[in-house]
Write a protein that binds this ligand. Structure first.
Ligand code: GAR
Length: 184
């Protein structure tokens, strides 16, 4: 099962997937980012489908079609979102429904959205964590495949807590994808 990774950030989850020798055939980003550099260094095909509009006029459906076209061109069968910063529309679920996975830095259904680590910290929870789930049209709401708790420690900042969460993500997310690739 060929994997396509969608990323927008530093790419540490992508690096963990590469280290686990997952069959990644393409990395697609919506902006120039570290993940693209990691992919290029690993000899994986990259696509920068740059998002030039972050305002109300952004044509999300048209953008989603461009991402779907790229995924299909590379023969992707399983889509792994790893910190992808653009919410995709229905066309990606029409093409890959049930075959899109995501990692989220909180214990869903708590703290959905892009600021999950900050929100958990501000709420004052003592335990947060990682959720790996199937992505659906409703954001951060699809069926959960795996979860692991991470303690919030006294003095944590958004950065220190997110890094502790990412240590877990970098182990758990590639493990789950490996199981899916093996058809389990
Ligand atoms: C990860 O912590 C991932 O859970 C988060 O972005 C980070 C990407 O890090 N995703 C979300 O917050 C999505 N809602 P990376 O670029 O180092 O892999």
């Amino acid at each position: 099962m060929q994997v396509g990774v969608l990323a927008s950030g530093g790419g540490s989850n992508l690096q963990a997937m590469i280290d686990k020798h997952l069959p990644i055939v393409a990395v697609i980003a919506d902006r120039p980012c570290g993940a693209l550099e990691i992919a290029q260094r690993a000899g994986i095909a990259t696509e920068l489908i740059e998002r030039d509009d972050f305002g109300a006029t952004f044509d999300r459906v048209e953008y989603t079609h461009r991402v779907v076209d790229a995924l299909e061109r590379h023969g992707v069968e399983l889509v792994a979102m790893a910190g992808f910063g653009t919410i995709l529309e229905k066309p990606v679920h029409d093409a890959f429904g049930g075959r899109i996975v995501n990692t989220h830095p909180a214990l869903l259904p708590a703290f959905r959205g892009w600021h999950a680590v900050r929100d958990a910290l501000e709420f004052g929870v003592k335990v947060t964590g990682v959720t790996v789930h199937i992505a659906t049209l409703e954001v951060d709401a699809g069926p959960i495949l795996a979860q692991e708790a991470v303690p919030v420690l006294p003095g944590d900042t958004e950065e220190t807590l997110h890094e502790r969460i990412k240590v877990v993500e970098r182990r758990l997310y590639p493990e789950v994808i490996e199981q899916l690739v093996k058809g389990r």
